[in-house]
Design a protein around this ligand. Structure first.
Ligand code: NDP
Ligand SMILES: CCCCCCCCCCCCCCCC(=O)OCC(=O)COP(=O)(O)O
Length: 317
């Protein structure tokens, strides 16, 4: 571009400045046009959201509803889902046509229930445009004291649940040569931190599966987005399980000080509209930690080992 610029400047007798600025302007304009051309409009699109009864899932329901999507809300508790439906029914959005959502109730940790749930989901509107695998649970505990059954249970909900639901809905997306699969992973899908073994392992597995899926379904024109947020202000820590399977039940300071779920839901909407493939929504330190894990693993492991000791000491005090 620089060389072409200089040649044109010689021909036209212009200075370097205006032409360079013009080229940059043109490139920005082309980028904007490209983004707008590829931007997905959510009006009338069929969007499935798991874990829509609370936290990030509920905020995604609000944001996608306001964008004109036809929602199918999933969770284990019909009453809580119905409360979200009632709220959305009473929310209209100016010029945008909005729809009353459908609900499908099932437990993601029971993969045998997921295929019948997928049939029910497909019956709502005949197809799915966007699947948002959001539901999940977290965990608190050290590996020594954690029952293997707890490791397995977290994996069932966070990994095998989304895998089974995606697998059940995929053939219909492939047939239509259209569909977008989103998964809410976590920064802990990219780095593992102490006392989160089950959770972090489930999110690492999630990242791997959906990266693989993205490559395999690209030829059918399907999209896959992996979203990896840092802490979000929801009930995730309260609902977390501990090493013996009991509920943790504490609102951790890190969770309470986390991002507003509305902002994260908007970022999910943006990822869908702009077909973003991999999005990390975290502050400077967690993002730096992700790079450090790859670029200087020995230092990262040292830092995590001291973090483990420090946290253990705090627990014992
Ligand atoms: N909060 C945070 O700091 C972060 C959260 N995330 C991820 O965001 C996602 C949403 O969590 P968040 O909103 O924070 O937490 P919440 O605990 O508020 O929400 C979790 C949702 O998942 C649903 N769920 C849990 N277990 C099951 C199950 N077995 N079957 C079906 N649905 C289930 C719950 O629905 P119900 O109980 O009604 O069935 C609930 O709606 C999770 O994947 C989490 O890992 C990622 C990074 C940070
Ligand atoms: C070049 C300098 C790099 C310095 C790196 C220092 C290392 C700092 C470690 C930071 C760890 C961040 C962990 C973030 C964890 C997180 O955001 O998780 C999101 C969740 O999923 C939360 O779930 P949880 O159940 O754990 O509350």
């Amino acid at each position: 571009i620089g060389q072409t610029n200089r040649q044109m400047e010689r021909v036209l007798g212009l200075g370097v400045g205006p032409l360079a600025a013009g080229t940059v302007g043109l490139l920005i304009l082309l980028k904007v046009i490209q983004r707008l051309r590829h931007k997905q409009n959510l009006q009338d699109k069929v969007v499935v959201i798991t874990g829509a009864s609370s936290g990030l899932g509920k905020e995604c329901a609000r944001v996608f509803h306001a964008a004109g999507a036809r929602l199918i809300l999933c969770g284990r508790d019909q009453k809580r889902l119905q409360d979200v439906v009632e709220e959305l029914r009473n929310t209209t959005n100016g010029k945008i046509q909005t729809y009353s959502p459908c609900t499908v109730t099932f437990d993601l940790s029971s993969t045998s229930l997921v295929s019948s749930a997928a049939e029910e989901i497909l019956k709502c509107h005949g197809h799915v445009d966007v699947l948002i695998n959001n539901a999940g649970i977290s965990y608190r505990g050290n590996i020594l004291d954690t029952h293997v059954s707890v490791q397995r249970d977290v994996m069932e909900t966070n990994y095998f649940g989304p895998v089974a639901l995606t697998h059940a809905l995929l053939p219909s997306m492939v047939d239509r040569r259209s569909g977008h699969i989103v998964v809410i992973s976590s920064v802990q899908g990219k780095i593992s931190i102490p006392y989160r073994s089950a959770y972090s392992a489930s999110k690492h597995a999630t990242q791997a599966y959906f990266d693989c899926l993205r490559a395999e379904v690209d030829r059918f024109g399907l999209q896959v987005s992996v979203i990896s947020p840092g802490y979000i202000r929801t009930n995730l820590s309260i609902n977390a399980v501990t090493g013996d399977g009991s509920k943790y039940g504490v609102m951790d300071k890190t969770t309470a000080k986390g991002s507003d779920p509305v902002d994260v839901a908007r970022a999910v909407l943006k990822a869908v509209c702009h077909k973003q493939k991999d999005v990390v929504l975290a502050g400077l330190l967690p993002t730096a930690a992700v790079y450090l894990r790859t670029l200087w693993p020995a230092l990262y492991f040292r830092l995590m080992a001291s973090r483990a000791v420090k946290e253990q000491r705090v627990k014992e005090e």
